[in-house]
Each structure stands twice: as structure tokens, then as C-alpha cells.
Design a protein around this ligand. Structure first.
Ligand code: PLA
Length: 424
């Protein structure tokens, strides 16, 4: 008996050693992931002890003291909802009220498509989640399709469609020489893409370039996309940040709607309501009729269910409280305008500071570009110098988040930019 237990003990001991060895090799071949080109900048900034440090990396709005902002309309909505709502699960498609209000912002208060129930829409995990849900939907129902992505674009677009297993192609967008839109090449790429391709478009305040097509150019783009039978997918992460007026910033969408496109749309409240960490957004797909919209929505929900089941409730309640109340909505619109105006003011200040320093380069593009970012034209090496010598943090593509520029740091920033570019 004793002999037997000794043997079994030895066996179990041996198998646990083997087990331990086996277990320890589970993740042995995992290499550290490359740093994210945008969020990695925030990590580096936080790790820098210098009192001079400036973060113009991530596109997060700051007040003129460099502090994060919670809008007054959001504070008021929080006061109104405090202690009133339960914390039950939302439906898989999220808050119906929030989605309703969100669609109005993009499609128009009196949109015939809303009335005709032709829009399949679900609450998403902010703009990123909306893009990802669409990419997965695209892959599920058009597994052999490709997505045409502008050059350059928000770096995460590439990750999103890659992880959704959709083949990516690019189209011309920005012209480094003119620091503006490469319209002719863009139109050629639309024409030359195989009929029925998917095109990713930034609805306004293009990230990272700050360069948007004019109204006339949008009309031509819409015409050509329609002629080729392409599917336009709009990412609208900055509605209100281009002109200060969300209604005006929906111009491109409205042109496409008028032209009779079916389209997809990602909306986000991260920037225009300052709800970054609340992760509130919406994915919508305009369908041929109500029946199709019902089917598409049910499929979007089925994609969401195994990923995150249903979206978070608090941010959605803040949004629907604000947009469902005329007075709070008015306050919100005023505050969006205020954020856009402060950024526009900082564009002028940065350009003027550089000109006053006698910079030999032209900085007109700082004030020509719109939205949250200035695509400065700084090279990766110049950006590295800004970071190493001046503790100024930005993405290596030379993108400056104007939302992080303040009266207090604009002089320092201009001087540093001048120092690293004056001999270029
Ligand atoms: N689409 C575009 C074009 C964006 O610029 C961003 C955010 C998103 C979608 C996603 O935003 P959301 O998921 O927070 O709603 N771009 C930021 C942040 C502001 C980031 O990279 O995540 C940027 O600095 O580019």
C-alpha cells in the first residue's frame, strides 16, 4: 500500500514538473508589440519628469491652462441623472434614445431616411468601435472585398481593417508639396479602383492632415463614387471641430445623401462632447428600405454580442440627456464652438510666433488646415529632436495636436520648432 502511494506520488510529481515546463512555454514566443504611434506618445510624455514637457500628441482637447475639459453641458447632465437611472444592461444595439439623437446630428433633424426607418444603427464603443464593427460586418458579408484608405490616415484605421481581415488598398489624399489635397490623384484613384469597392472617407477635419475637400470637391467625389458603384464609409470623429458647428460639419454626408448613396458612418462623442473615456459612439448603415435596415441591424448586434455583448450605459445617458433637452443642446453647441475657436486662435498664434522668430519656412498651412491637427511637415528626425531636446511630444509624422497648444506653451513650441527647422 505504502509502496503504491509512493509510486503514484512520484508520478504525479513528475507530471507536475512536466506540466510546469509545458505551462511556462505558453507565451515564450510572444514578442513585445510595437508601441502605438499615437498612444505610445502619451506613455512617453507621462514618463518624462521634465517640468517643461508639452504633449501635442494625442488629439485630446485641453483648456488654455493645458487641463482636460469636462463640458458644462456634461456636468449639468450628470447632475440631472445622478441617482436616477438603474444600471441594467442596455440592449445589444445600445441606447435607442442616444442612437436616435445621434442620427439626427449626421443625417439631419428632418431626415427622410430616419423617417423611413432606412438606417440600421447601433451604439458603438466610440468611433474606434464603430469602425471595427463596420469592418467586421464588411468582412462577414463581403469577404472578398477591399477597403480603400486615404494616404495618410489615422494610424488605427490600418489596424482595424487588418484585424477584421479586410484587404487594404490606399488612395491619394494629401499632397506634401502643396500641403493640401491631391484632388486630381484622388479622383483618378476612385476611377481606377474596381467597381463596387469600399472607400473610407473622413467626414470632416481629416486626421492627421487637417485638409478637407471643398464643397465642390465633395460633390465631384460623391459623383464619381456613385458612378463607380463604390460604397462610401465615413468616419466622423470630429463633427463640430472643423467649423465649430456640427451642422456645417455634416456637409459631406449630406451631399452624399442627396446624391442617393447608401453609406456607412462612424460617429464619436469623444472629441465633440469631451467624452473620451466614456466610449460613446454610433455605427449606422443607410439601407435600401426598412426591411433591409432591420436585417442589417440584427447582424450588427450579432457581431457585437460575442465581442462585448452590449455597450456601456453611462456615457450614452449623458449624450441623450444633453441632446434631448433644447437648453442643454444649445449649451453644448456653444461649447463646441468655443473649443473650435480656441484651437483656431492657437493656429494663428503658432504661425505668428514662427514668423516673428524669422523662420525661413512658410507656415501658412498651420492656419489653412482645420480641425484638431496641424500636419506640420516636420520630419521624423526633427520630431525626435523636439522630443529629446525640448520635451515636446508629438507623433513622428509631424502631426501637432493643436488642442494641446495653449497661450502658455505656444511660444516655447514655436521656438523649438524654429530651432529644429531653421537650417532645413
Ligand atoms: N477616427 C479618427 C479619424 C480618429 O482620429 C479617432 C481618434 C477615432 C476615430 C477614434 O476615436 P474614439 O474611439 O475615441 O471615438 N483619434 C485620436 C485618438 C484623437 C486615438 O488615436 O485613439 C488621435 O489622437 O488620433
Amino acid at each position: 500500500m505504502a509502496m503504491r502511494s509512493l509510486i503514484s506520488e512520484r508520478v504525479s510529481c513528475r507530471s507536475s514538473v512536466l506540466g510546469a515546463r509545458w505551462m511556462s512555454s505558453w507565451w515564450r514566443n510572444v514578442e513585445p508589440a510595437a508601441k502605438d504611434p499615437i498612444l505610445g506618445v502619451t506613455e512617453a510624455f507621462l514618463a518624462d519628469p521634465s517640468p517643461d514637457k508639452v504633449n501635442v500628441g494625442v488629439g485630446a482637447y485641453r483648456d488654455d491652462n493645458g487641463k482636460p475639459v469636462v463640458l458644462e453641458c456634461v456636468r449639468e447632465a450628470e447632475r440631472r441623472i445622478a441617482g436616477t437611472a438603474n444600471m441594467e444592461y442596455l440592449p445589444m444595439g445600445g441606447s435607442v434614445k442616444m442612437v436616435e439623437e445621434t442620427l439626427k446630428l449626421a443625417y439631419g433633424d428632418n431626415s427622410e431616411f430616419i423617417k423611413d426607418k432606412r438606417i440600421a444603427a447601433v451604439q458603438s464603443l466610440s468611433g474606434t468601435g464603430a469602425c471595427r464593427l463596420f469592418a467586421d460586418f464588411q468582412n462577414r458579408f463581403h469577404p472578398d472585398s477591399q477597403i480603400y484608405i486615404p494616404v495618410p490616415t489615422w494610424s488605427n484605421h490600418h489596424n482595424i481593417w487588418r484585424d477584421a481581415h479586410v484587404t487594404q488598398r490606399t488612395f491619394h489624399y494629401y499632397h506634401p508639396g502643396t500641403k493640401g489635397l491631391d484632388f486630381a490623384a484622388l479622383m483618378d484613384d476612385i476611377k481606377n479602383a474596381p467597381n463596387g469597392s469600399f472607400f473610407l472617407l473622413h467626414a470632416c477635419a481629416h486626421n492627421p492632415t487637417g485638409v478637407d475637400p471643398s464643397e465642390e470637391q465633395w460633390k465631384e467625389i460623391s459623383y464619381q463614387i456613385k458612378a463607380k458603384g463604390h460604397f462610401p464609409f465615413f468616419d466622423m470623429a470630429y463633427q463640430g471641430f472643423a467649423s465649430g458647428d456640427p451642422e456645417r460639419d455634416a456637409k459631406a454626408i449630406r451631399i452624399f445623401l442627396k446624391d442617393g448613396h447608401l453609406l456607412g458612418l462612424a460617429q464619436s462623442y469623444a472629441k465633440n462632447m469631451g467624452l473620451y473615456g466614456q466610449r460613446v459612439g454610433c455605427l449606422s448603415v443607410l439601407c435600401e428600405d426598412e426591411k433591409q435596415a432591420v436585417a442589417v441591424k440584427s447582424q450588427l448586434q450579432q457581431l457585437a454580442r460575442p465581442m462585448y455583448s452590449n455597450p456601456p450605459v453611462h456615457g450614452a445617458l449623458i449624450v441623450s440627456t444633453i441632446l434631448g433637452d433644447a437648453e442643454l443642446k444649445k449649451l453644448w453647441l456653444k461649447e463646441v464652438q468655443g473649443m473650435a475657436d480656441r484651437i483656431i486662435g492657437m493656429r494663428t498664434a503658432l504661425r505668428e510666433n514662427l514668423e516673428k522668430l524669422g523662420s525661413p519656412l512658410s507656415w501658412k498651412h498651420i492656419t489653412n488646415q482645420i480641425g484638431m491637427f496641424c500636419y506640420s511637415g516636420l520630419t521624423p528626425e526633427q520630431v525626435d529632436r523636439l522630443t529629446d531636446e525640448y520635451h515636446i511630444y508629438m507623433t513622428r509624422n509631424g502631426r501637432i495636436s493643436m488642442a494641446g497648444v495653449t497661450t502658455g506653451n505656444v511660444g516655447y513650441l514655436a521656438n523649438a520648432i524654429h530651432e529644429v527647422t531653421k537650417s532645413a
